[in-house]
Structures are given as structure tokens and as C-alpha cells.
Design a binder for this molecule. Structure first.
Ligand SMILES: C[S@@+](CC[C@H](N)C(=O)[O-])C[C@H]1O[C@@H](n2cnc3c(N)ncnc32)[C@H](O)[C@@H]1O
Length: 276
């Protein structure tokens, strides 16, 4: 890795082990957005975030006994749900040692330590043999990657031919107004993100890396409530956040969450593809 690469694994870990832990204390074990069916859906954070996991589970469509790679595993909550739903073995990777340790603890507590394993690994350079997984998902981790094309290339390499890939990711939707640009820049500057992807970028990068049968859904409308709900949740731990980043920055982070919730340029996609 060159010194210019941003975000470095330590930048991502610093974010998740810092403000991420405080957000998590208010949000729960799923470190991703929630999915609401429509405006009338009053599902809790727990139900809505598990529902997005279930969408990803349907996306990888793994069969019993298969081996699935979880790229950017958080503390392993989605991986454990995948193991239970599909009777598969999952290897989760993260660039946070804290997350990997917690994921191992949770897997052991669930009696699934032999089915769900976790290790510190940078998705930009994976130490796995060619074709060693039947399926993979990158569940809201791609926005942190210094080079999404490089991660897709690595993923294609470690997937067997015919292996399925599912991705959920925060993206940028154009055209971007000046006000939207302020929000998108805030996301990049505060959440260890070099730049947000777009639907067009994904289509090009997937094709360039040998993925076929690409299906992309813009699910921004279903997940956009996340930011407003998260702002309310994080407000309850405002003091802890202010202790870490200062009062002004804590208020700014929460204010921008509310702004992101109503910024159409702050989007989200769900995609599936098959390694040719
Ligand atoms: C938004 S969290 C999602 C966690 C988990 N997938 C979930 O849904 O609960 C993003 C995850 O991506 C991981 N990540 C970011 N950059 C990574 C990289 N270069 N290699 C591996 N994991 C990475 C982070 O450590 C974190 O676990």
C-alpha cells in the first residue's frame, strides 16, 4: 500500500472504534442502514436493519454447506444471520481489530464459532486462494475502499466461477446541487470515505472485472429514513459523542445526519452479480 492511499485501514478502524462505537451504542449490532417498505412502515431499527440483511441474504442466494466471504463484517451480526438462514460457513473480514475480536466473541456466544470465523484483512489485498469462496457480499463496506475496482478485482479472483456477489452501498446520485455537494463532502470527510460510488461506476467496474448478470436497484427511498432515525438515536448519546469530538463537532455530525436524510443526492444501492 502506498502512502497516498486513503482511507488507510487505520483511518477506517479509527472511525469505527471512535465515533462508530458511540453510534453503535445507540443503533445496535447491525452497522448498516435500515430498510423500510414504505412511509407507513413503522418498523424498529432492529427490524429494519435485519430486513436489509435479509435482502443481502436473498442476493447471495447461498446453498447449505457453501463458503461465503463477508467483506467488511462489522461485529459479525449479519454474518451470523446468514449462517443461520442458509446453513453456510462465513468468513468475515474487517480492518478493525476491535470489530474482529467482538465478532469472534458474538459467534462463540451464539455457538457458531465453527461456522462464522473472522479475521483482520484488508479487502484491497486478500490473502485467499483463487476460487476459494462460493459467494461473497460487501455489506455497506465499499464506500470505504480506496479503490472499489481493486476490491472487485480481488473479489472476482477469490470467487469461483458462477459465484454470486451482493453489494449494499452508500452512493452519490446526480445531478448534484451545491447544497447536495456540501452534504456529500461532509460524508467523505467524516466517515473515512475517499469518494462515493455511482450506479454507472459500478456497472463499468463490475463488467471490467468479469461480473455478469448484474442487477442494480436504487433503494434510496427505502433506506433514507435511516439518517433521521440515527440522528435521534445518537442524540441520546450526545454527551458521550461530545466527550470524544467536542461539543461543536458532535452537534455538526448530528445536524448533517438530519440533512443527509432529505438530500436526494445521498443515495443507496443494492446489487447482485455473478462471477463469469
Ligand atoms: C458500515 S460497516 C458495515 C459492517 C457490517 N457489514 C454490517 O452491516 O454490520 C463497514 C465495514 O467495512 C469494513 N471495511 C472498511 N474498509 C475495509 C477494508 N479495506 N477491508 C476490509 N474491511 C473494510 C469496516 O471495518 C466495517 O466493518
Amino acid at each position: 500500500m502506498t502512502v497516498e492511499q486513503f482511507p488507510a485501514p487505520s483511518d477506517v478502524a479509527g472511525m469505527y472504534d471512535g465515533i462508530g462505537q458511540i453510534y453503535g451504542s445507540a443503533w445496535g449490532p447491525n452497522k448498516h442502514y435500515g430498510y423500510w417498505e414504505n412511509d407507513a412502515d413503522d418498523s424498529s431499527i432492529e427490524v429494519a436493519t435485519d430486513r436489509l440483511t435479509d435482502l443481502m441474504i436473498s442476493g447471495v442466494a447461498a446453498q447449505a454447506g457453501q463458503r461465503v466471504l463477508d467483506i467488511g463484517c462489522g461485529i459479525g451480526h449479519p454474518a451470523l444471520r446468514l449462517v443461520r438462514a442458509c446453513d453456510v460457513d462465513v468468513l468475515g473480514i474487517s480492518v478493525s481489530h476491535v470489530q474482529v475480536a467482538r465478532a469472534k466473541e458474538l459467534a462463540a456466544a451464539a455457538g457458531l464459532a465453527d461456522r462464522a470465523t473472522f479475521q483482520f484483512t484488508d479487502a484491497m489485498d486478500m490473502p485467499f486462494p483463487d476460487g476459494s469462496f462460493d459467494a461473497a457480499w460487501a455489506f455497506e463496506s465499499m464506500w470505504h475502499m480506496p479503490d472499489r475496482g481493486q476490491v472487485l478485482s480481488e473479489t472476482a479472483r477469490v470467487l469461483r466461477p458462477g459465484g454470486r456477489l451482493a453489494i449494499a452501498d452508500v452512493i452519490e446520485r446526480g445531478p448534484v446541487s451545491p447544497e447536495g455537494r456540501v452534504v456529500l463532502d461532509h460524508i467523505c470527510e467524516n466517515y473515512a470515505v475517499r469518494s462515493l460510488g455511482t450506479v454507472d461506476e459500478y456497472r463499468t467496474a463490475l463488467a471490467a472485472n468479469g461480473f455478469v448478470d448484474v442487477e442494480i436497484r436504487d433503494i434510496s427511498d427505502n433506506v433514507s429514513r435511516t439518517l433521521a432515525v440515527m440522528a435521534d438515536a445518537v442524540e441520546t448519546v450526545h454527551d458521550k459523542l461530545a466527550d470524544l469530538v467536542g461539543e461543536e463537532q458532535a452537534t455538526s455530525l448530528i445536524d448533517f445526519m438530519r440533512l443527509s436524510a432529505v438530500t436526494p443526492e445521498s443515495g443507496y444501492l443494492f446489487l447482485t452479480a455473478v462471477r463469469a
